[in-house]
Design a protein around this ligand. Structure first.
Ligand SMILES: NC(=O)c1ccc[n+]([C@@H]2O[C@H](COP(=O)([O-])OP(=O)(O)OC[C@H]3O[C@@H](n4cnc5c(N)ncnc54)[C@H](OP(=O)(O)O)[C@@H]3O)[C@@H](O)[C@H]2O)c1
Length: 290
């Protein structure tokens, strides 16, 4: 039995490493937390070398890297650089998790909530705010389960570029772009949709009550915006499978409980081997236990 302490190295693209991520790291069993803020790709090699050249390969499972920060694209660039720097060929690697802005764990929790009520492989879904980091991941996870996914944006071009991005990783994805400029677009946008997940910006109403009524086939509504006013009017932030006007509803805090469980479980998993890489798909797979 090794008595090495569990060290989590937090690489955060923001100036101040996220307090939220630090608290979760400790609650998930991290014994030593090394937090670095303002991390850019050019800083990564020396930080990763410090992680992989200090303990023997058999002990490297006690060291792991967490990548966070509010800018998801910046986090993705850090992950790419970390992957380039580790040396798996000699076992000189540590497990890595990406969860910038909570995007992976939030998207996984939302899709997990939907999977409790619908057969995702046969579901027709609408993702509002589908161009943001969370919405893109929600759409990708739904498409990976075989759902038909309509991706909504105020710009149909932006939504189409998300569809293209998803098809690059999932060539058979059933995704389509839809532009939404006003409530008048609701009937055609919601037509045939059983599931709506709103991942719009904090405080933006994406689906007013009146527009929602156009969704005659809707069974489940999940809203990820916790900042009033909520994204889907009529859904309460605390809702967790609450039934409102015959519609099953989840609010942001209702989903948040599962998100926290997923986040903690993911951190714990990092310390089980030195070769786990947790990005959106792996984090969703982990979510299935909750
Ligand atoms: N519970 C949690 O732990 C947690 C963690 C992360 C995020 N969240 C929440 O999840 C949601 C999505 O997060 P995110 O970071 O992906 O959001 P985001 O990037 O700020 O916004 C997502 C999309 O919303 C659309 N949008 C922006 N302003 C709008 C407006 N005024 N009206 C209509 N649409 C607007 C934009 O799409 P278009 O410009 O293409 O229309 C944007 O791409 C947010 O509400 C966030 O607070 C929760």
């Amino acid at each position: 039995m090794s008595n090495k302490r569990k060290i989590l190295i937090q690489l955060d693209s923001d100036l101040h490493p996220s307090v939220f991520d630090r608290v979760v790291a400790i609650d998930a069993g991290t014994e030593e937390l090394f937090s670095y803020g303002g991390v850019k790709p050019e800083h990564v090699p020396s930080l990763v070398h410090g992680a992989i050249f200090t303990r023997s390969p058999k002990d490297l499972k006690h060291t792991a890297i967490f990548i966070g920060g509010s800018d998801v694209a910046a986090g993705e660039a850090l992950l790419e650089e970390v992957r380039k720097t580790i040396i798996p060929h000699y076992g000189l690697q540590v497990s890595i998790m990406l969860d910038s802005n909570g995007a992976n764990t939030t998207a996984a929790a939302a899709v997990r909530a939907a999977s409790r009520h619908l057969d995702l492989g046969a579901t027709k879904a609408l993702v509002l705010g589908g161009t943001g980091p969370v919405g893109q991941r929600v759409a990708r996870l739904l498409a990976r389960q075989g759902a038909s996914v309509r991706i909504g944006s105020r710009s149909v071009e932006r939504a189409a570029s998300v569809c293209q991005k998803i098809r690059q990783v999932l060539p058979n994805a059933k995704v389509e772009a839809v532009g939404i400029t006003s409530s008048a677009d609701a009937p055609k946008t919601l037509e045939g949709r059983e599931l709506v997940i709103a991942a719009g910006a904090a405080g933006a109403v994406l689906l007013p009550s009146k527009a929602r009524q156009a969704g005659k086939e809707l069974k489940l509504a999940i809203d990820l915006n916790a900042v009033p006013p909520v994204g889907i009017e009529g859904v309460d932030v605390m809702d967790r499978a609450a039934v409102r006007d015959g519609l099953l509803c989840y609010g942001a805090l209702g989903v948040g409980e599962t998100k926290m469980k997923i986040h903690r479980a993911a951190i714990s998993l990092l310390f089980e081997s030195n070769s786990t890489i947790l990005d959106v798909d792996e984090i969703y797979d982990l979510a299935l236990q909750f």
